[in-house]
Design a protein around this ligand. Structure first.
Ligand code: PXG
Length: 300
């Protein structure tokens, strides 16, 4: 059976799932999206993803033409029609069809489409060995322009960052903000672990940059903070420089697609002896346990 795609209230086979060339989502990148995952019949943090979708749309003054309940139902029905108990869900809301000209008033109603599929971001070996990443010249969005908290259809800075990383032989890019501080990667948040204190009093502290420095408010980021706090691991949001990352004991990335992936080299500097760190692996285990119990349940 062909993949079934939801578009504005109906489901279409993938080969017939089409939107207009006059959709402002395509013409101007005028729209918002979410990348969500389901694990064994549980849509992980669906409420949080819908909160963020509605917040992104509110900032851009896009009225989502359905209620949150209807959206939740449409997401679950799309998973069911495709018989995915484990899947990746892409919810896209565009400004809708309008004339040429960027005035959003030309679009009467927003369009909604939902794709469910399988996703694997990085090859499995990287989860075992850890990633090598590189700082790229393209910076994350200025907070004074489109807020980096808006998950918009404009990913060009991040796409350029990905291209630059690949040109340097890495598959992921470290993006700084306009002040030169660490922001995040092209589609993941960044965490570091530093063992603080002296001698036998040393203990690991988990850190990540505050989102106002130019990171998306990642749902996985928040889940990792939740797991760390429940395990009584010290955590703080902190301004992080490249120097801090180079000298961290552990670094890892988080995202819906990537989940939790260790980083073992940044700009040629080995991190934590070049192997995935113990706390990273512990948090990943905690995260996996969370995905097995936290979410909206459905049956295929
Ligand atoms: N930063 C950016 C810029 C992202 O796009 C994250 C961080 C992690 O956020 P979550 O909420 O996922 O923990 C993202 C997420 C895709 C895809 O299809 C992209 C993301 C997530 C899932 C799929 O490219 N970006």
């Amino acid at each position: 059976m062909e993949l079934q795609v939801y578009i504005d209230g109906k489901w279409y086979p993938k080969s017939e799932a089409k939107i207009s060339v006059f959709d402002h989502g395509l013409l101007y990148g005028d729209g918002v999206f979410e990348g969500i995952r389901s694990y064994r019949g549980l849509v992980f943090k669906l409420e949080e993803h819908l909160d963020r979708l509605w917040e992104s749309a509110h900032t851009l003054m896009i009225t989502i033409p359905m209620t949150r309940k209807e959206m939740q139902k449409a997401v679950i029905e799309t998973l069911r029609r495709n018989k995915f108990s484990d899947g990746y869900i892409r919810v896209v809301v565009t400004r809708g069809v309008g004339d040429l000209g960027l005035d959003p008033a030309k679009c009467k109603t927003a369009s909604v489409f939902i794709i469910t599929d399988k996703i694997s971001l990085y090859p499995e070996a990287f989860y075992e060995q850890g990633l090598q990443i590189v700082t790229v010249p393209t910076i994350r969005n200025f907070p004074e322009a489109v807020s980096p908290s808006v998950k918009s259809l404009n990913y060009l800075n991040n796409i350029l960052a990905k291209i630059e990383a690949k040109n340097s032989g890495c598959i992921e890019a470290l993006m700084l903000n306009h002040q030169g501080y660490v922001a995040e990667c092209s589609g993941d948040n960044v965490f570091m672990v530093k063992n603080e204190g002296r001698g036998s009093k040393k203990k690991p502290v988990l850190m990540t940059p505050p989102c106002y420095l130019g990171a998306l408010k990642g749902i996985t980021r928040q889940a990792i903070i939740e797991v760390a706090l429940a395990s009584k691991i010290e955590f703080r949001e902190q301004v992080i420089t490249r120097h801090d990352l180079f000298n961290a004991d552990e670094v890892f990335l988080t995202g819906t697609a990537a989940e939790v992936i260790p980083v073992v080299k940044i700009d040629g500097r080995e991190i934590g002896g070049g192997k995935p760190g113990a706390l990273t692996l512990k948090l990943r285990k905690g995260f996996r346990a969370l995905t097995a119990r936290d979410g909206v349940r459905y049956k295929v």
